[in-house]
Design a protein around this ligand. Structure first.
Ligand code: HEC
Length: 140
């Protein structure tokens, strides 16, 4: 793991911990329509950019290009595949299948921030779901 990746993960863990501390983690943001956007800004914008265009401040430090996330559906012939995208964000299946990737393994990051185990998994699924809905809403 590269030093900048550790830094990004440290920032993310700090963000998650302060979120747990103020008790903002209640189920999938019902009544909080901007939760997905908030999560995106907090966890994803450093690489993918505030608008998801792939131009975040950390993007230049990556070997791979941070993809434009407003074009997920377009790049897949107009289809937004929830299961595929959720699994990619989570990343735990992906890593064992392909070995390398530059994007953090969010499933692991979120789950361990919530203490692991079944609660960690639940927390992680909630986060990924909220992010997925947000990504769907920004498709161009
Ligand atoms: C450290 C930089 C970084 C951060 C932070 C990051 N990503 Fe990524 N992301 C990448 C890179 C680089 C790729 C291209 C695949 C790879 O090399 O890992 C990618 C790929 C993706 C893809 C697949 C795109 C495609 O066309 O298949 C999705 C979806 C995605 N990211 C969503 C997210 C979400 C949601 C977050 C926040 C939870 C996030 N990313 C945070 C760097 C990042």
């Amino acid at each position: 793991m590269k030093p900048y990746q550790l830094l990004i993960i440290a920032i993310v863990l700090f963000a998650i911990n302060s979120e747990i501390a103020v008790g903002e983690t209640s189920p999938v943001g019902i009544g909080k329509p901007n939760l997905g956007e908030e999560h995106f800004r907090r966890y994803c914008a450093s690489c993918h950019g505030l608008a998801g265009k792939g131009d975040g401040p950390a993007a230049g430090a990556l070997k791979a290009k941070a993809p434009d996330l407003t074009q997920l559906a377009t790049r897949r012939g107009g289809k937004f595949d929830d299961a595929e995208i959720a699994s990619f964000i989570d990343g735990r299946a992906e890593v064992s299948a392909h070995g390398t990737r530059e994007m953090p393994v969010w499933g692991e990051v979120f789950a361990s921030a919530a203490g692991g185990g079944s609660i960690g998994d639940e927390f992680s699924r909630g986060k990924v779901q909220v992010l997925l809905e947000y990504l769907k809403s920004i498709q161009k």
